[in-house]
Design a protein around this ligand. Structure first.
Ligand SMILES: Nc1ncnc2c1ncn2[C@@H]1O[C@H](COP(=O)(O)OP(=O)(O)O)[C@@H](O)[C@H]1O
Ligand SMILES: [Mg+2]
Length: 300
């Protein structure tokens, strides 16, 4: 590592990693290095995931893995350096309505490509979405990414961050799929528009009740099979049929939107991304065709 790079200041910290700025000695290029500990069991599964998945992907809105190093206790993954993550942009009120549309379009383009490659990212939240020096969005952090093998469905359990988890995952479905990423994109879209985490929760139980409070409690009628999911009957949820997502958006919106068509396009897309039943949720490809993006000029 030290032969090729000079490590500089710390720029980020995630669940498993500390990320530093570094300089490549050969050409002085500034890069980012993600440093993770190697435990007694060897290289952790999330590092193997991240590096193997990234090797199979090549897209302008997905980070590229430039280099890997190991010393006896740590493994280092070297990436291009990006300006800031979307969480920081939101925090600094550095978000414009126009750029939200552009970034959502780029995010959906990247995710459509990821899904075409039979991969679920599973951690699409604002701190894993970077903005580069040209203002383009780049998806990072593939440590949770999952390569689907059987029937386009995952049977792997999911044990992390609950505020962005899709209802089928929270209810214990063993057959969640690409829709779980779409849900996270819906949560991120809402957060960009309002500066609020839509379903902010400290536990899976709380996340479910926060979701059902806003979108209603799913029933066999609107979601066939839901009552058979592992955690459906273990929890007592109020029997309610409502959808107050638009009301929440209207009350928390950080922007004045004068154009009613634009506003309607936003709420339509948001409602389509955040459908309770994963089988009725929009796909990334369908979302890209929605009215909201009709005026996006895109030349990739
Ligand atoms: N290439 C990069 N350029 C700039 N900052 C980065 C880069 N990669 C990661 N970061 C920052 O470090 C944080 C943690 O990195 P991440 O890959 O998400 O690690 P973890 O898997 O531990 O969540 C990110 O949220 C981001 O702010
Ligand atoms: Mg992360």
């Amino acid at each position: 590592m030290e032969k090729k790079y000079i490590i500089q200041g710390k720029i980020g910290r995630g669940t498993y990693a500390v990320v530093y700025k570094c300089k490549r000695k050969s050409d002085g290029k500034r890069m980012a290095v993600k440093k993770m500990a190697i435990g007694d069991d060897g290289i952790p599964w999330y590092v193997i995931r991240e590096s193997s998945v990234l090797k199979s992907l090549d897209h302008p809105n997905i980070t590229k893995l430039n280099d890997i190093f190991i010393d006896d206790k740590f493994i280092f993954l070297v990436f291009d350096l990006y300006e800031m993550n979307l969480l920081q942009c939101i925090g600094e009120k550095n978000v414009e309505l126009k750029s939200i549309k552009y970034h959502m379009f780029q995010l959906l383009t990247a995710v459509s490509y990821i899904h075409d490659n039979n991969i679920i990212h599973r951690d699409l939240k604002p701190d894993n979405l970077m903005i580069d020096e040209n203002g383009d969005l780049v998806v990072i952090d593939f440590g949770m990414a999952y390569q689907l093998r059987n029937l386009d469905m995952s049977d792997e359990l999911w044990a992390f961050c609950c505020s962005y988890k899709a209802p089928e995952v929270l209810l214990g479905s063993k057959k969640y799929s690409f829709g779980a990423d779409i849900w996270m994109i819906g949560c991120t879209f809402y957060e960009l528009l309002t500066d609020e985490v839509l379903f902010y929760s400290g536990s899976d139980r709380e996340a479910l009740s926060n979701i059902f409070d806003i979108l209603g409690t799913p029933t066999e009628e609107n979601w066939k099979g839901v009552s058979k999911l592992r955690y459906y009957n273990k929890n007592k949820f109020p029997d309610q049929n409502k959808n107050t997502l638009e009301y929440h958006l209207e009350n928390n919106l950080s922007f004045e939107i004068d154009d009613t068509n634009e506003y309607n396009d936003i709420i339509t897309l948001l409602q389509n991304l955040l459908v309770l039943n994963p089988n009725d949720r929009i796909t990334a490809k369908e979302a890209l065709k929605s009215e909201y993006f009709q005026d996006v000029k895109y030349d990739q």
